[in-house]
Design a protein around this ligand. Structure first.
Ligand code: SF4
Length: 274
């Protein structure tokens, strides 16, 4: 069986940067998991003493706190800044951008529509920068209380699908007099998605390696399933099942933006053993 990796997969710029910052700031505390990959979090803890805390309270002064790539809420950021804590801001610049857009567009009186999952930490963080009414939507049917006078600014969670985002934008343009559309979808996600789409059409089994909580990994799996029905999402090589590969000729491998290369290498080795 031939094994092919996607042209683009795995760690993105933001995650690489966050990991580098964590490695440079030994014994720091990360507020929430730094990335959506437990094994990488364990490695950072074991080798660099980076511990995860969910609460920004009860952190000793003189500690370094790493803000994860998804960012945190504005009030929490302020609280940390006002204490003696050393902030290592690993918020991805592509997440900072929608935070700034929300702040600026609110100042200009725009209502904000955020296309994304309301429970995702990135979206919660971004929404916290809105000072005018905002709504978080997953599709055009979720949009409420828009009237003829509404001035709308539309942004997206970084990991969303561009085509679905455009559907929402097209719909808003037909119902509001003024819509400002900001494409805040991150290229890294888009490139991994496009590469997965191409690969899924060339293989008869596709393995997506990524954290179970990772939104961009789920997105990769959904795209892969559209073109290759035998697509599976796994966190590491221990979840692979030999029977999946029976009679298969070409196997593809892709990985979410929080998946380190050392996990992908182990997955490939295990498949080769089969
Ligand atoms: S996927 Fe994009 S937005 Fe998210 S951390 Fe990576 S580079 Fe940043």
């Amino acid at each position: 069986m031939e094994i092919k990796r996607a042209a683009k997969y795995g760690f993105c710029f933001g995650v690489k940067r966050a990991i580098r910052l964590a490695e440079q700031n030994k014994n720091a505390i990360s507020i929430g998991p730094l990335i959506h990959n437990q094994k990488e979090i364990d490695r950072l803890k074991f080798n660099f003493g980076v511990n995860v805390k969910t609460d920004i309270n009860n952190i000793d002064n003189n500690t370094s706190v790493i803000i994860r790539t998804h960012g945190i809420q504005k009030d929490d950021f302020k609280k940390l800044k006002n204490s003696n804590i050393n902030i290592v801001d690993a918020t991805c610049p592509f997440v900072k951008k929608p935070q700034q857009i929300c702040e600026e567009m609110s100042k200009e009186g725009y209502e904000i529509i955020i296309f994304g999952d309301e429970n995702h930490p990135e979206v919660k963080g971004v929404a916290s920068y809105c000072t005018t009414p905002f709504q978080v939507i997953l599709n055009k049917k979720d949009i409420k209380n828009i009237n003829n006078n509404s001035k709308i600014a539309l942004i997206s969670q970084t990991t969303k699908n561009i085509h679905h985002f455009l559907e929402v934008a097209n719909h808003l343009i037909t119902i509001c007099p003024e819509v400002r559309v900001f494409n805040t979808i991150c290229n890294a996600t888009f490139e991994n998605q496009e590469a997965a789409k191409i690969l899924a059409q060339e293989v008869d089994i596709l393995i997506v390696v990524g954290g179970k909580n990772s939104s961009n990994t789920k997105q990769l799996l959904n795209i892969s399933l559209q073109y290759c029905k035998d697509s599976y999402c796994i966190e590491d090589e221990t979840e692979l099942q030999k029977k999946w590969f029976d009679g298969k000729k070409v196997c593809g491998i892709t990985a979410g933006a929080s998946t380190p290369d050392w996990i992908i290498d182990k997955v490939e080795s295990k498949i080769r053993e089969f």
